[in-house]
Design a protein around this ligand. Structure first.
Ligand code: GLY
Length: 492
């Protein structure tokens, strides 16, 4: 059996490991834009090969696919999906795990996703307004002083989301200035890289609460959920610093998180199911691959959608794949034959923590983080029962590992409890160094009792408000008071 994996990060290293653990002993081939040392090793050990090249190029991928008879292709990141690589592969008669271009729209375009949720009245939707033109967005911001989230309308590698509350009247003008400056930055800088989408900017109602990711396998008919995972986006301890792709993540026993109840987990899965079925109604296509709800517990809906991923999250994939007990090839084959309902998806019942290590400069000054020689001692995580996944590390012509501009490695640990897993990972963190002395950093607070307490307290607060609203029949309802007119009730 031959499997071709597309993608080059730690997420893809974890996918590669899950595929090669299979009892079917597949040969692993990979298309990677950089030579990920972990994926390269697995390709060599299984008798496959790594092809360095453009993961988003239909020509390059078609050439590799036409040269060998792969049993299927697995696409890891979102950009190849947005570039129609899944459609290209399937047109060549090779099954593909990865959403077709039309279906990956649920991640690529936040406006499409919101419109879909409103059209099908799916719970967990937020009020939003999308603009094609910066001037209209500015007019809107100038006319309405409210708490909002301002986002690029396209998935832009997790960049550019700013949440601005507008409660303090004395700061109204300053907040207005921040909103206008951010809207301008989103449209003129971030979105200028993309000419494949008409909507440029999205303004959404602001919500607050702890976030988590609900990753699921789907064949377009059945949705099989994995353990819920919480990622930590800010670069530094205590949730400060710029937003990154994620600095580390946790998952708990029984698939739950310390702040997520079984009922909330079930409601989150139902939302993902409803979206998968709505996508089928809209496009006529069955979704084959991964879909993940990036969710927040809010006082509005309980589980609420912030965005969708048409793939595994990164680092969230690294929490779940090492503890996956069902054979990954069986899952992939069931997705291809649309018989996922027959698969029993099982994970080891354990708590997990993943921490990412990045070079100074990430995420805002990636050029500074790039190009440093890397040394990794794999025996250190091994000593503490942890696993190491390679991320943004390339191998140069001399065989030297060189840092890229993103997260370099991700270390996975598991234990009875999240804090114990966190301690194990901490002991392994010094397994990586940049030998020219450039510094690396990570978040030591992920999985600690203090940070868990903070998330639990926030969840309890929003849950209390949510239950109050529910008791009063206020879910899906907004009430305004207009002087002279009285109470206006909007249903949505
Ligand atoms: N962890 C966030 C992402 O995968 O986009």
């Amino acid at each position: 059996m031959k499997v071709l994996l597309i993608g080059h990060g730690a997420r893809e290293h974890a996918i590669a490991e899950a595929i090669t653990r299979s009892v079917y002993a597949p040969k692993l081939y990979a298309i990677c834009s950089s030579k990920n040392p972990g994926i390269l090793k697995l390709c060599r050990e299984t008798g496959g090969k790594l092809f360095k090249g453009d993961e988003n190029s239909r020509e390059f991928v078609s050439k590799i696919v036409s040269e060998r008879s792969f049993d299927f292709v697995f696409i890891g990141p979102e950009e190849p999906l947005f570039h129609g690589i899944s459609d290209t592969v399937e047109k060549m008669g090779i099954p593909c795990i990865g959403a077709k271009e039309k279906l990956a729209e649920v991640e690529r375009s936040k406006a499409y996703m919101r419109r879909l949720m409103w059209k099908y009245k799916i719970p967990g939707r937020l009020k939003f307004i999308a603009f094609k033109d910066l001037r209209d967005a500015i007019t809107y911001i100038e006319a309405y002083a409210e708490s909002v989230a301002i986002k690029p309308a396209r998935q832009a590698g997790g960049k550019g989301v700013k949440v601005i509350s507008d409660f303090q009247a004395y700061l109204k003008d300053e907040k207005q200035k921040v909103k206008l400056a951010h809207a301008k930055d989103v449209v003129e800088r971030l979105m200028s890289a993309y000419d494949d989408i008409e909507d440029r900017i999205l303004i959404e109602e602001k919500v607050e609460g702890p976030e988590y990711t609900m990753q699921c396998f789907t064949d377009g008919r059945t949705v099989l959920p994995m353990p819920a995972v919480q990622d930590n986006k800010n670069a530094f301890n205590d949730d400060i610093g710029p937003e990154t792709g994620g600095m580390g993540s946790i998952s708990g026993r029984e698939g739950l998180l310390p702040f997520l109840t079984k009922e909330e987990y079930g409601e989150s899965v139902e939302i993902v199911e409803k979206v998968v079925h709505a996508l089928h109604k809209e496009t006529g296509e069955r979704y084959h691959g991964l879909i993940a709800g990036q969710m927040m517990l809010t006082d509005k809906w309980g589980p609420t959608i912030i965005e969708f991923y048409s793939r595994f999250g990164d680092p969230e994939a690294v929490n779940v794949l090492p503890i996956l007990e069902t054979d990954m090839i069986d899952i992939c084959e069931a997705i291809i034959s649309e018989s996922l309902h027959k698969v029993k998806l099982e994970f080891r019942d354990t708590a997990t923590v993943v921490k990412c290590v990045a070079a100074w400069g990430y995420p805002n000054y990636r050029d500074l983080a790039k190009g440093h020689p890397v040394h990794v001692d794999e025996s250190i995580p091994e000593k503490y029962g942890c696993r190491l996944y390679y991320g943004a590390i390339d191998i140069d012509e001399k065989g030297q590992m060189i840092s890229g501009g993103s997260r370099l490695i991700e270390i996975f640990g598991e234990a009875e409890t999240i804090p114990e897993a966190s301690e194990k990972v901490e002991k392994s963190i010094n397994c990586i160094q940049l030998t020219d002395g450039w510094r690396v950093f990570h978040r030591s607070d992920i999985g600690t009792p203090e940070l868990l307490r903070k998330r639990i307290d926030l969840a309890n607060l929003v849950r209390m408000l949510y239950h109050y609203r529910k008791e009063k029949g206020l879910i899906g309802i907004d009430i305004d008071w207009i002087p002279g007119k009285g109470k206006i009730v909007h249903e949505y």
